[in-house]
Design a protein around this ligand. Sequence first.
Ligand code: ADP
Ligand code: 5GP
Length: 210
Amino acid sequence: MPIENDGVMIILSSPSGAGKTTLVSLLSKLDNFEISVSHTTRKPRAKEIPDKDYYFIEENEFERLIKNQEFLEYAKVFNNFYGTTRTPVINNLNKGKNVLFDIDWQGADQIKNKKLDYKLITFFILPPSKEVLFKRLSSRDMKDKLIAEERMKQFGRDLLHWINYDYVVINDNLDSCYSKIKCLIDAEVNSGSKDYDKDFVRKHVEKLSS
Ligand code: ADP
Ligand code: 5GP
């Protein structure tokens, strides 16, 4: 059973480019919220700051962390390794801080299956349409159209995982999407009523799959 003063774990996953990193960054500005900074073997993007956006490490260092069982979860995504180290997460939760995770469905599954003694809320973020997603991916990875195309190819497979999350939220207007997530977190933490329409979500997923 979660202890009342402990922090809450909040996972945001999505098909690449739907906006979860942007949303996690906005949510982290709330009082008492911290981002879990992941380790990755991917190379930094132009605007990324080492040790803030990710701990960028070599594959042999990643393997050492696996061997030492330092990861709470880890996965291979788009040919690179990504993982969350356990100690900083547990320390923050024990201090009562809410921890935000920007991780894929494999990592979300691993954390769910661990059944830790902390409250867990999981969100899956979707784009309003495939066209908008492609635009977002292309503007983010401007130098490399191939990256956007590769990630679009993965979209249909990533989409299938929506069903395993507590909430699916559509990131059309950024402010509305942020407010929706914030309200759902508040409602979960304070056992309030939730404004959530699963039928609407299901129809949106059907539209994105067609
Ligand atoms: P993800 O972490 O899911 O891969 P990002 O947060 O990196 O996605 O967002 C992809 C791109 O889309 C970024 O350039 C970001 O600024 C932009 N973006 C995110 N949300 C919105 C939104 N609601 N409207 C317009 N652009 C957005
Ligand atoms: P990107 O390369 O765009 O930053 O991230 C690619 C994917 O890896 C995204 O779906 C992101 O959520 C996921 N990711 C980032 N960090 C982690 C992590 O620590 N663990 C897992 N499982 N996935 C991660």
